[in-house]
Design a protein around this ligand. Structure first.
Ligand code: FAD
Length: 532
């Protein structure tokens, strides 16, 4: 039996940050277990996310159960399965969320999670190379965050068009206010993806007190009485065990509740039915699943040479490949959705409730996932940022290799449908504003024949997918459905914490990588303070 001070399960956005901070003190012996591989060649190149989104070599490739409001479709749920986790395959947009998101968590009774209290962790994680205000931005953290390269005409037109419909330009949406249209900040540096594998793990591989084990699937946490004493895991099918005084589960929103249930922590009836001995009754494990159900509106662009479709054709792609190889520039080095707008669905709101994101390219379905379309255009996703619909994730077998069942219950809370329609109407207003006329933009989807709320929602049900932000399945709190307390300790079990996107009680306003890393940073701080 190997012995450690700390075992961290999952080397993703949060887990890498936890391991980095815990192993900074050479007296702490740390084991970091990752089910996936060490890296994948496409995980270094920004455009590689398009290749990894359907690649089983680096992706768990989950899919949701069919449900009424997806017209019976199985929505894809990609998750990174390699060092860096989902930060190694994601779209690289860097979005913290709003101060109100974290203040809400604190108001729900989670002491220590107000914006003022989490801001130091957001600052210490990053080296932001753009401007902005030092009260909000960090300059010497491990993760490099950059502004996109000089603005292209297509984005200038969008900024102007948004202005024409009353949406201002905001130079730093991770600063004092989120509201407005803006180029996406990115976890990209010198044309390379800044995953947490690169930013947090590469610099510490030499640490003697840290062991990083890849292809290591944690199958159960070991519980003796009410104390977690270590983990059972397997490498290439070979069983292993390791002991520690504390285990921090950072396996993400899908796998963290799976691991707790496999270990006997969850809703007792469900566990007994699968022949799993109940160690701790916690009915909230796997509940409170939230995600962004995001329709992609699609637009043709008549003006030649300004979309990535034009750049990706024939010799254009050769030029882009050379530009990338020689200078690490061009669209192969670009963030997935380089422009976004945080907007209010109606007047009088304190902060935006809708997100629109633009990809200057049209794609079409192909046999191996989305392919570059033959036509030229834009994709613009549009959705509410804090949806109220909640679903769940549960195991259906005691076999750790079997994927859990994922049910989102999209649009089950009525405001979500209303706000989705409003988001699409705002996308239409921007795309048809006078400033867009020179680009000769015309709507493909939902299509100008779909105008009423019902027509739009019918289309959403037939076409929307997520923006890959599942959270909430090991909710932090003190109510009966909470799984961890505000110090991220699993209720009723000593020596066991969960620290990843699954602990979010509500979805943050925007993308979820930055808040997941912040959770890892804060978790490490809590562990070290509690051990002192
Ligand atoms: C395709 C895609 C695009 C996205 N785009 C963006 C974006 O542009 N901007 C943004 O902010 N967010 C984006 N996100 C979301 C963001 O990346 C995630 O919210 C964030 O990475 C979640 O962090 P996490 O630590 O909770 O989980 P993860 O980063 O997923 O880490 C979990 C880790 O645990 C490992 N693991 C799981 N089970 C086990 C086990 N049993 N044993 C050992 N290891 C295990 C996994 O392999 C993985 O490495 C995107 C996500 C995806 C998938």
């Amino acid at each position: 039996m190997e012995n450690y001070d700390y075992i961290v399960v999952g080397a993703g956005s949060a887990g890498a940050a936890v391991a980095y901070r815990l192993s900074a003190d050479p007296r702490n012996k740390v084991l970091l277990l990752e089910a996936g591989r060490a890296s994948h060649p496409w995980s270094f190149i920004p455009v590689g996310s398009a290749r990894l989104i359907t690649n089983p070599a680096a992706n768990w490739l989950y899919s949701a159960e069919p449900e009424a409001n997806t017209n019976g479709r199985r929505i894809p749920v990609p998750r990174g399965k390699l060092l860096g986790g989902s930060s190694s395959i994601n779209g690289m947009a860097f979005v913290r969320g709003q101060a109100q998101d974290f203040d809400t968590w604190a108001q729900m009774g989670n002491q220590g999670w107000s914006y003022e209290e989490v801001l130091p962790f957001f600052k210490r994680m990053e080296s932001y190379e753009g401007g902005g205000d030092d009260r909000f931005r960090g300059r010497d953290g491990p993760l490099r965050v950059t502004d996109p390269p000089p603005k292209e005409p297509i984005f200038q037109a969008l900024i102007k068009a948004a202005g024409e419909v009353g949406i201002p330009h905001n130079p730093d949406y991770n600063g004092a206010s989120q509201q407005g249209i803006v180029m996406s900040q990115a976890t990209i540096h010198r044309g390379r993806r800044q995953s947490t594998a690169r930013a947090y793990l590469d610099p510490i591989r030499h640490r003697q007190n840290l062991r990083i084990e890849t292809n290591a699937l944690t199958e159960r946490v070991r519980i003796e009485g009410t104390r977690c004493t270590g983990v059972k895991y397997s490498v290439g099918g070979e069983p292993r065990e390791a002991a520690a005084r504390e285990v921090v589960v950072c396996a993400g929103t899908i796998n963290s509740p799976q691991l707790l249930e496999l270990s006997g922590i969850g809703e007792p009836q469900r566990l007994r039915k699968l022949g799993i001995e109940v160690r701790q009754a916690l009915p909230g494990v796997g509940e409170n699943l939230r995600d962004h159900y995001a329709p992609r509106t699609r637009w043709l662009v008549g003006k030649r040479g300004i979309t990535n479709n034009d750049r990706a054709r024939g010799l254009g792609m050769v030029h882009q490949a050379l530009r990338y190889a020689l200078f690490r520039k061009g669209f192969l080095a670009s963030v997935g959705a380089p422009m976004r707008a945080f907007v209010c669905s109606r007047e009088g709101l304190e902060a935006p409730d809708l997100l629109l994101g633009w990809v200057p390219m049209l794609t079409q379905p192909g046999p191996k996932g989305p392919r570059i379309a033959t036509q030229s255009g834009f994709t613009c996703y549009a959705h509410p940022m804090r949806p109220e619909s909640k679903g769940h994730i549960h195991i259906t077998s005691s076999d750790p290799q079997r994927p859990p069942a994922i049910n989102f219950n999209f649009l089950s809370a009525p405001p979500d449908a209303e706000l989705t329609v409003e988001a699409i109407r705002i996308a239409r207003a921007i795309m048809t504003a006078p400033a867009m006329a020179p680009l000769q933009v015309s709507e493909i989807a939902p299509g100008t024949d779909r105008q009423t709320d019902d027509e739009i929602i019918d289309w959403v049900k037939s076409a929307a997918e997520t923006t890959y932000h599942p959270v909430g399945t090991c909710k932090m709190g003190s109510d009966p459905m909470a799984v961890v307390d505000a110090r991220l300790r699993v209720h009723g079990i000593e020596g066991l914490r969960v620290a990843d996107a699954s602990i979010m009680p509500t979805l943050t306003s925007g993308n979820t990588n930055a808040p997941s890393i912040m959770i890892g940073e804060k978790a490490a701080d809590l562990v070290l303070k509690d051990a002192a």
